[in-house]
Design a protein around this ligand. Sequence first.
Ligand code: HEM
Length: 163
Amino acid sequence: MSSSQAFFSWIQHSALSSTIRGSTSLFPWLESIHVLAITTVVGTIAVVDLRLVGLASRDRPASELMADILPLTRAAFALAVLTGSLLFASNALDYLHKAPFVAKLILLCVALLNIAVFHRLTVRDIQRWDTARSPPLSVKLAGAISLAVWIGVVACGRWTGFV
Ligand code: HEM
């Protein structure tokens, strides 16, 4: 058994994971909170992305919109990671063999990378496009990629339950 397999097997057989697996109500409760968290994450990110592509909130400065919304996104993301990790722990080894679950984790990394690039590069010259009703192509592209990737994360998350 490889060391990563041993690690995930240890997670799956921990007392916490066994408690979640053995309970009839814990998994559905965690999944309900997970769904509330992810709808908040994806919903709030979509509001920002639609502003970036120039399709909504066109009269609000992008910086103001992001400052209002992104703290809520971060808190909801933390809750999604916490509940998602507990759901994962209940059957870690099985989930790692489910292609949609692995695809979801990869897409999550792409989404986080896109956010990092956006904040490091695109936001640097925000004064230039902050109030533009139709932002420059690079900004629109960042928003469009983000929308597409988050839709992929949700689709793979939903799909996981069916394999
Ligand atoms: C904000 C990021 C995330 C999004 C958008 C997301 C999306 C989803 C969706 C749509 C579902 C299906 C819910 C349902 O059908 O009732 C789901 C379930 C699940 N998620 Fe996430 N998720 C996120 C983060 C995570 C993370 C970080 C993990 C683990 C490391 C994770 C692990 C799981 C697990 C194990 C399930 C249950 C799958 C099943 O057996 O049905 N999620 N997620």
